[in-house]
Design a protein around this ligand. Structure first.
Ligand code: SAM
Length: 243
């Protein structure tokens, strides 16, 4: 039987996943930023601020923001003086990001369409690699982690911000109801697209739990790995070093 991977709660071929994830992000690109605020009540901004504080970008550092979408993480990294390359597989998401950067008068960012599983960057080029809410959409996570390791310099650091599963009793039930019942309706009301938001929620449930994902980061070669759960693990910051 051919290889099967998860697309939300469905199992599909890797080719179908790439195509359907592409369709999801092309569909949500224009409303992506307003939907993030609506779905998280603005909290995604605080998570992203905290994430970038953990990265500790330094002026002049070369940082790759992978699955960078519309630029939220890249703008924060650049504000701290880093030289940032924003990469994403989806040109529609990047186009929204480029437009936002122009509105902000930010012309120092490099925008590059790339598949996280197969980067065209040279080995040992970047000081840090960031990926926020992106890795669960990648078809072969192990290949993306191997590429992250390859393009980092020795002494380089890896940071991933991703949804996980909250362990807080009570909050978990409320979150389950909110995410499965309300998020697709909010997606329908604001973006006219319930299905894409249903996928985004389902993909969170299929993503490996924090310890398992940390092990995958270690398997890629990273050391001194760390997980920092936020809101009981609703969201987590994973990090590791290439030494
Ligand atoms: C939820 S968005 C996150 C965007 C941004 N990092 C943020 O935090 O707002 C996920 C992004 O992952 C991108 N993506 C999915 N698969 C990818 C892949 N294989 N390589 C690179 N980017 C990918 C999508 O195109 C989308 O822009």
């Amino acid at each position: 039987m051919s290889e099967q991977v998860s697309f939300g709660y469905e199992n599909v071929t890797p080719e179908e996943k790439v195509q359907r994830v592409g369709a999801v992000f092309s569909s949500v690109a224009k409303n992506y930023d307003v939907m993030n605020d609506a779905m998280s009540a603005g909290m995604h901004r605080l998570w992203k601020d905290k994430f970038v504080r953990r990265v500790k970008p330094q002026p002049g550092e070369q940082i790759l923001d992978m699955a960078g979408g519309t630029g939220d993480i890249a703008f924060r990294l650049a504000a701290r003086g880093a030289t940032v390359t924003v990469s994403d597989i989806n040109q529609d998401m990047l186009d929204v990001g480029i437009e936002r950067a122009m509105d902000k008068g930010l012309d120092s960012l490099v925008w590059s369409r790339q598949n996280a599983e197969e980067l065209s960057f040279p080995s040992r080029f970047f000081d840090a690699y960031t990926i926020a809410f992106g890795i669960r959409n990648v078809t072969h996570i192990d290949k993306a982690l191997a590429e992250a390791y390859r393009v980092l310099k020795h002494g380089g650091r890896f940071f991933c911000l991703e949804f996980s599963t909250t362990e807080w009793p009570g909050f978990k039930e409320v979150y389950d109801f909110y995410s499965h019942q309300l998020v697709p309706r909010i997606g329908q009301a604001i973006a006219g697209d319930a299905d894409s938001y249903r996928y985004l929620i389902e993909s969170i449930r299929r993503f490996p739990p924090m310890p398992e994902f940390e092990q995958m980061i270690r398997d890629a070669g990273f050391t001194r790995t760390r997980v920092e759960p936020i809101l009981g693990g609703l969201v987590a910051i994973h990090s590791g070093w290439k030494v």
